[in-house]
Design a protein around this ligand. Structure first.
Ligand code: F6P
Length: 328
């Protein structure tokens, strides 16, 4: 047990995700359990630079496990990307007598943490908090499951109206660089086609496939399009292209946008956030630093930040096959 750590700070950074509150709660309560002091940092890495701290005890995080968003607020900090900004953050941590930091966020947050530790040799542990599921070293990120359920619920509703009017709907879901939400929600919602950034099969193939499915007796169609998909310039341009080349359907577009980031976390995300939050304090007490706490094969693991942010997102080919077969 690392007895040098007496006070821990926790913050949320980058795009928020459902379950971040549950993760903060777990970190705070694990600190209370191990008799460590805990402070929350408002507005992520920017709040850290500005020394925006608040003392948290076990009772400060009551009634939070079920709440979406992050009560500590989140931000993307440009200043933290500068050496001066990181120096200010370090000074604020020293002034507050903080010995270790838990950051809940995505790859940008972890990349910042690596540089911060290089420069200041300060213990930082991370939790993967993003709806995108685009972090290596964990099977799931906090918020991803809730986002999938939100998308599936929305597409179920779109399907009703698509069916009533014999229309084709393009539904845009989040995922600038990752197709995980599109692929899994697409399978779960029974989409005809799923367009993801990791795979560009072209517009012609899309149109001929939609033509084929129309001929086979389908009266309406749902195409799930990840935000970062490369097939069209954007979803509206793609819709126009399809309408011009596929007279059989009227085409409509729905952009789900930020509703995917909000809402009460699913039970899965609450449990995941709780396990990883407790795991973060366990790791700090074992003397670990510069690691992300993830879940691999249902076991809590520590992964170096450098691994967590490595490479591009890899899509499971089996899922693509399942999507192809079940949408026939
Ligand atoms: O990284 C999470 C994410 O929700 C992406 O899926 C999306 O592209 C991006 O954040 C949107 O960011 P912002 O809220 O800053 O527009």
């Amino acid at each position: 047990m690392n007895t040098e750590i007496k006070k821990v700070a926790v913050l949320t950074s980058g795009g928020d995700s459902p379950g971040m509150n549950a993760a903060i709660r777990a970190v705070v309560r694990a600190c209370a359990y191990h008799q460590l002091e805990c402070v929350g940092v408002y507005r992520g890495l920017q709040g850290l630079i500005e020394g925006d701290f608040k003392q948290l005890d076990a009772r400060s995080v009551k009634n939070l496990i079920n709440r979406g968003g992050t009560f500590l607020k989140s931000a993307r900090s440009k200043e933290f990307r500068t050496k001066e900004g990181r120096q200010k953050a370090y000074d604020a941590l020293r002034k507050e007598k903080v010995d270790a930091l838990v950051v809940i966020g995505g790859d940008g947050t972890f990349a910042g943490a690596i540089v911060f530790n290089e420069e200041h040799n300060f213990p930082v542990v991370g939790l993967p908090g993003t709806i995108d599921n685009d972090i290596n070293g964990t099977d799931f990120t906090i918020g991803y499951d809730t986002a999938l359920n939100t998308v599936v619920e929305a597409i179920d509703k779109i399907r009703d109206t698509a069916n009533s009017h014999n229309r084709l709907f393009l539904v845009e879901v989040m995922g600038r660089d990752a197709g995980d939400i599109a692929l899994n929600a697409g399978i779960g919602a029974g989409a005809e086609e799923i367009l993801i950034p990791e795979q560009n099969l072209g517009r012609e193939r899309l149109v001929s496939s939609l033509k084929r499915s129309k001929k086979s007796g389908k009266t309406s169609s749902i195409v799930v399009v990840a935000e970062g998909d490369q097939i069209g310039k954007n979803i509206f341009e793609l819709a126009k292209y399809i309408e011009d080349h596929l007279q059989e359907y009227e085409v409509r577009v729905t952009v789900l946008g930020h509703i995917q980031r909000g809402g009460a976390p699913s039970c899965y995300d609450r449990v995941l956030a709780s396990r990883l939050g407790v795991g973060a304090i366990d790791a700090l007490l074992r003397g670990e630093r510069d690691v992300m706490i993830g879940l691999v094969h249902n076991k809590v693991v520590s992964v170096p930040f450098t691994e967590a942010i490595k490479g591009t997102n890899v899509i499971d080919e089996e899922l693509i096959r399942v999507a192809d077969i079940t949408s026939i």
